[in-house]
Design a protein around this ligand. Structure first.
Ligand SMILES: C[S@@+](CC[C@H](N)C(=O)[O-])C[C@H]1O[C@@H](n2cnc3c(N)ncnc32)[C@H](O)[C@@H]1O
Length: 200
């Protein structure tokens, strides 16, 4: 589908427009792959182990897609407030169907426009920040820091040369430390991806 999109929109470098379009086909495109591909199972296993070692009562998932990660959180952890957000309205509609849970807050918004009265103990973004451009990444990560009171977890591809117009390789550790020098950062390498656990 990436290839088809690029054939139809060869000059489109607008990432938000790309994700809004991709959101209309993401679930049918990805759900089967993600449930069958062992890479995703490894990623999910490491994430669950990491979450078991921290305590959190509220969670905001950003760029949550159709709800793959929120479902894992729901099935494995007891929390009072789970909010899932994504810039694609279609992804949020799919998340409602996939998660089938009325106690979750569903929010259509890009990261930078998110705004809540209260902070979340955990803010999580799985394979989302790697899709934010160099120009916008500091602002988006700063937003995650503003929204979190205790932890940020993100997982992104690392140490590679981007092969696609919507994939970026950022120096996450440097950006986090620039935003808040007092945090603890733990990283876990999972094949070509890295999970970052930021403790405030
Ligand atoms: C590769 S998908 C990952 C979905 C989900 N986190 C998962 O792991 O199954 C990236 C998601 O991030 C969303 N996204 C991309 N850029 C975003 C932004 N600036 N703000 C909010 N969501 C964004 C896309 O719409 C898409 O649903």
């Amino acid at each position: 589908m990436f290839t088809l999109y690029r054939l139809l929109h060869p000059n489109d470098s607008n990432l938000k427009r790309y994700w809004k379009h991709r959101g209309t086909i993401y679930y049918s495109d990805s759900e089967k792959i993600e449930s069958l591909d062992p890479q995703f199972k490894i990623q999910e296993k490491v994430l669950i182990e990491c979450l078991k070692n921290i305590s959190f009562d509220s969670c905001l998932e950003v760029g949550g897609g159709y709800g793959r990660i929120s479902k894992i959180i729901l099935e494995n952890f007891k929390i009072n407030n789970l909010t899932i957000s994504d810039l694609s309205d279609k992804q949020i509609k799919n998340a409602k169907k996939f998660l089938q849970n009325d106690s979750i807050n569903y929010v259509t918004s890009d990261i930078d426009s998110l705004n809540f009265e209260d902070k979340f103990e955990l803010v999580i973004a799985i394979t989302v920040l790697m899709h934010i451009s160099d120009k916008d990444i500091v602002r988006s990560i700063r937003k995650l820091h503003e929204l979190s009171s205790k932890y940020i977890i993100h997982l992104d591809a690392s140490d590679f040369i981007a092969q696609s117009f919507h994939v970026f390789d950022h120096d996450y550790e440097k950006i986090h430390r620039m935003i808040d020098p007092n945090i603890n950062i733990k990283t876990i390498k999972i094949n070509k991806q890295k999970l970052f656990l930021i403790q405030k």
